[in-house]
Design a protein around this ligand. Structure first.
Ligand code: APR
Length: 311
């Protein structure tokens, strides 16, 4: 039986931790790629040496070139420069757009049928770069943002109400970061709408903390950005695809008329299965939610227009 093959580009904090989480799940062979000499080989050796303790036999390869990535089923792109304190996501645009462009070119030559999961920031714009350069159908270019943002929102809600995170289902739309649009109306705790459990004041505070979730971690780390929750969110998406779970998760996808958004990557709920994006779930928004969503889309469009001139 053919085993799944997953390539992770970037062996830094997010890429390395993603490879670890995937290795422990044992559902695919893994190729870890980085431009930094010996780094991917070192991480892979360290992971292989964990195998006997954790009890996994996952095949792992670490490399600086792309030959070993051929015929990957999924390619996760984490390569780039992480956000430093005081640096906005937008500052990252130019440098990461160049990196994502060159990585995508290398990857698609060797894995023309792969599903691309884009993680590098600024996320919505980098997904746009990967889509433009790969010319893949939109079903196979997916940005990881909403799964992370909604996990953060869920964690904050669970802490506030002192309930299990498993009881909390959250709903987040829009661009990643400052312009994200959490939807409390569709956020529930054991089926109870959040709006019945929290005052508007507390709710607004949790929403703001979710919007600033990435920056809060950057402030605490001082060097580098979050990687535990991002890698967990990546693996949640990858598992849904590999196991054809038809799981509904918020992801950044190329909207072509959905939510009245044309030709733009923004976070919307999608059904993930073996084909990648199998359906974009469209829900009714109130005029206020729709206005916030449109504003978020404007911010993404500005970034994409800027990136268009760079690559
Ligand atoms: N090809 C392959 N790897 C590259 C390239 C390239 N062209 N350019 C940079 N890299 C590698 C770096 O050598 C580094 O090991 O990408 C890795 C990035 O790792 P970190 O610096 O540890 O960054 P990380 O915290 O993993 O974040 C990666 O994910 O969440 C986003 O904002 C974050 O865009 C950033 C990305």
């Amino acid at each position: 039986m053919k085993k799944n093959k997953i390539t992770v580009i970037g062996a830094g904090q997010v890429g390395g931790t993603t490879a670890q989480r995937l290795a422990e799940k044992e559902f695919a062979d893994i190729v870890l790629v980085d431009v930094s000499p010996d780094l991917p080989q070192g991480k892979v050796l360290d992971l292989l040496e964990s195998g006997p303790i954790y009890g996994y036999d996952t095949r792992l390869i670490g490399t600086e070139n792309y030959e070993e990535t051929a015929n990957s089923d999924i390619v996760i792109i984490t390569s780039g420069v992480p956000r430093k304190p005081g640096m906005s996501r937008d500052d990252l645009l130019r440098v990461n757009a160049g990196i994502v462009k060159s990585v995508t070119e290398q990857v698609v030559q060797r894995s023309p049928e792969a599903i691309l999961v884009v993680v590098s920031n600024p996320l919505d714009a980098m997904s746009y770069v990967a889509h433009r350069v790969s010319r893949f159908p939109r079903e196979r270019v997916i940005g990881m943002a909403g799964a992370l943002d909604s996990a953060r929102f869920r964690a904050f809600i669970a802490m506030e109400l002192e309930v299990s995170v498993e009881n909390v289902h959250a709903f987040v739309l829009g661009g990643h970061g400052d312009s994200m649009v959490p939807l409390p109306r569709y956020t529930t705790v054991a089926g109870i709408p959040l709006t019945e459990l929290l005052s508007k004041e507390r709710l607004d505070a949790l929403i703001q903390r979710t919007r600033d979730g990435g920056a809060e971690i950057v402030r605490l780390f001082k060097t580098g950005s979050a990687f535990y929750a991002p890698s967990a969110a990546i693996v949640e998406m990858v598992e849904a695809i590999v196991k054809d779970k038809k799981k509904i998760l918020p992801c950044a996808v190329l909207c072509q008329g959905e939510y009245k958004i044309d030709n733009l990557f923004v976070g919307v709920p999608v059904k993930l299965g073996q084909g990648g994006i199998e359906e974009i779930i469209q829900i009714k928004l109130t005029p206020e939610e729709e206005a916030n969503f449109r504003q978020s889309a404007v911010a993404v469009r500005e970034l994409c227009e800027a990136v268009d001139k760079m690559i």
